[in-house]
Design a protein around this ligand. Structure first.
Ligand SMILES: NC(=O)c1ccc[n+]([C@@H]2O[C@H](COP(=O)([O-])OP(=O)(O)OC[C@H]3O[C@@H](n4cnc5c(N)ncnc54)[C@H](O)[C@@H]3O)[C@@H](O)[C@H]2O)c1
Length: 453
């Protein structure tokens, strides 16, 4: 049974511990606390702990600052895992699981955390659920994580404490909305009691009525990878259609994908032909599924081909840019999507790297890049102070991330005036199509054949 709501306040009396206050863990901890739970966040980075204790966001995520202000002292943070677990009813493990050389996920952060949780459980008499949220390879939760917890605690999963694997299907930039309004709750459970406990927490916190998918650990682990890999396949399919459309006079990928999306077997989401997919999850999950298939003697071709096609999109885009200029290339948008400052595997960022590597002069602007401490730097990549400066100083401009503020730039601001050669604009998301008739601009929309309709 899950703890009942407090009679006077109506709030959940459940206490949660969230280990890992990064891009996913800190919004998750804030959501739980904003919905009435008492939450102890844990991170071994004292800066993140201090930020949470001052109700400041430790990572850049839209809405996190406002949400932290609604937690009314219910969210605190510490660096000590064991103490936090002892004071809680449920522990979420949300530490990073970096990709290893083979394409799987390393447990180098999950294992020490599991040991510390095991030590806390050893001296805890009340029922406790451990929920692994971090992405792991199939077989991990019921394998090494379970073994570590049982060995260190001296207790048995199922009989003495519960264990769940429950990944979140969130996108950076909309983590809070996605967490509070999921399409489905995926719960891999050691036993019914553990699954009921986690489900009761989610039901209290979610603002919608999501579908429930409760199953064994291994099924949930495979489902997590399968969902993301299905989406990467769909994105790549749309990107392939865009490449075909570019070669055929009058073709327009948006017309085709809009019609495709009307078929209920396909659906409209993630069906926009544009740049390669990126970010911290899609590329890694795709490769992990390929690695799993290979390990099991199943042909990994499908997932591998999607990954190869996706990576080749960058060199293809770089070739396109190179064929259009001898001068400065402006890149508008370095992050992998709107609403985040993350540039990991991002099309704009990889394109900048590729062009700089080819010896070209690149000037970039992104409203979020450089705001936080995250994000590697590309040597010799100059960053403009504004989108307008980036455009003005460039011969070719690639619109790689469709930040809404780029839509406010007028035709005249995009254009080159006087005797200058028109400025080439490569519009990856077709958000500035009005430029096709703009004097002083040579417009190229990805996925559009000549004279598209
Ligand atoms: N970011 C996403 O979009 C996303 C989406 C779905 C799933 N995931 C998965 O969630 C997990 C976390 O991802 P993230 O992006 O939040 O990672 P992150 O790197 O942003 O955050 C991880 C946090 O864990 C902390 N940490 C590491 N070891 C610790 C320890 N021993 N004790 C306490 N804290 C420790 C780090 O300091 C860091 O703050 C990963 O497995 C990832 O694959 C992420």
């Amino acid at each position: 049974m899950a703890p009942a709501p407090d009679r006077r306040s109506g709030r959940m009396s459940m206490k949660a511990c969230v280990i890992g206050l990064g891009k996913l863990g800190s919004p998750l901890a804030a959501c739980l606390a904003a919905k009435g739970l008492t939450v102890i966040g844990v991170d071994n980075d004292p800066k993140k702990v201090d930020a949470i204790n001052q109700q400041k966001p430790p990572v850049q995520e839209p809405g996190l600052s406002e949400l932290l202000a609604q937690t009314s002292g219910r969210l605190t943070a510490v660096t000590d895992v064991e103490g936090a677990v002892r004071q809680s009813d449920i522990t979420f493990i949300v530490v990073s699981t970096p990709s290893d050389a083979a394409g799987g996920f390393s447990l180098r952060y999950v294992e020490p955390v599991s040991q510390a949780i095991g030590r806390a459980l050893a001296s805890k008499s009340e029922y406790h659920v451990v929920c692994l949220t971090s992405t792991v390879m199939p077989g991990t939760t019921g394998g090494s994580v379970r073994e570590l917890l049982e060995k260190v605690s001296g207790k048995r999963v199922g009989a003495d404490f519960g264990l769940c694997y429950s990944p979140e299907f969130i996108a950076l930039g909309s983590v809070i909305r996605d967490f509070l309004n999921p399409d489905m709750l995926l719960i891999g459970e050691s036993d019914k009691r553990a699954g009921d406990f986690l489900q009761s927490l989610y039901v209290q916190v979610c603002e919608n009525k999501p579908a429930l998918a409760r199953m064994s650990f291994v099924n949930a682990e495979i489902t997590k990878l399968a969902v993301n890999t299905y989406v990467t396949t769909k994105i790549s399919y749309a990107n392939m259609l865009a490449r075909i459309c570019e070669q055929l006079s009058g073709a327009n990928v948006d017309v085709i994908t809009a019609a495709l999306g009307l078929d209920t077997r396909i659906g409209p989401k993630y069906l926009k032909g544009a740049v390669s997919y990126g970010g911290p999850c899609f590329p890694r999950d795709n490769l992990a599924l390929a690695q799993l298939a290979q390990q099991l003697g199943v042909p990994p071709d499908l997932a591998q081909t999607v990954d190869r096609f996706n990576r080749a999109q960058i060199s293809w885009l770089a070739d396109l840019v190179q064929s259009r200029t001898g001068g400065v290339v402006g890149i508008l948008g370095l992050t992998y999507k709107v609403g985040t400052d993350v540039v990991e595997e991002a099309a704009g960022f990889l394109l900048a790297e590729e062009l700089v590597g080819r010896g070209m002069k690149v000037l970039a602007f992104d409203p979020a890049y450089g705001n936080g401490s995250r994000g590697p730097a590309v040597e010799q990549l100059c960053c403009a102070a504004s989108a307008l400066e980036c455009i003005e100083k460039s011969d070719v401009v690639v619109l790689a991330t469709s930040w809404p503020e780029f839509n406010a730039i007028t035709g005249a601001q995009w254009a080159r005036s006087g005797d200058h050669k028109p400025r080439t604009v490569i519009d990856c998301w077709r958000t500035v199509k009005f430029l096709r008739n703009q004097p002083g601009v040579d417009y190229f929309g990805l996925g559009m054949g000549e004279g598209f309709a």
